[in-house]
Design a protein around this ligand. Structure first.
Ligand code: ZN
Length: 131
């Protein structure tokens, strides 16, 4: 069972909360117990789980990642987006969430974020559900 989400990011670096879209796919399949894999096929994007209650957390994560991996730092990659590639690898390209009683077993304050480090672009996310 594979589904694809598309989204349009609007800035160079964005964290988009995709929890509701992923939950909708899980509901659509109607399975009780299983695993949900959320995967980014892009080399300059990542998927992560973190707090989605306070938007300042998202802001702080973007700020600190940009501090650790500055946009310009004498990189060799001629495309000019090495910082985005590095951040994508730091974040990772997928998350796996257990499904129980038909819903994602996320913690109260957890959300699933699609992280674009080289936007704005149209991006695709793969969601695979194993029952
Ligand atoms: Zn590149």
């Amino acid at each position: 069972m594979i589904k694809y989400l598309s989204l349009k990011t609007e800035k160079r670096v964005t964290f988009t909360d995709i929890t509701n879209q992923v939950s909708a796919i899980v509901s659509e399949y109607g399975i009780d117990e299983g695993i949900c894999l959320v995967y980014s096929p892009h080399t300059t994007c990542g998927i992560t789980i973190n707090e989605n209650a306070d938007p300042d957390v998202r802001h702080d994560m973007i700020k600190e990642l940009s501090h650790v991996v500055p946009f310009d730092d004498g990189y060799l990659h001629m495309e000019g987006n090495s910082a985005a590639h590095i951040k994508a690898s730091l974040i990772g390209s997928s998350v796996t969430v257990p499904i129980s009683q038909g819903t994602l077993l996320l913690g109260t304050w957890q959300g699933i974020y699609f992280c674009d480090f080289d936007g704005p672009r149209t991006r695709h996310i793969t969601v695979q559900i194993l029952s």
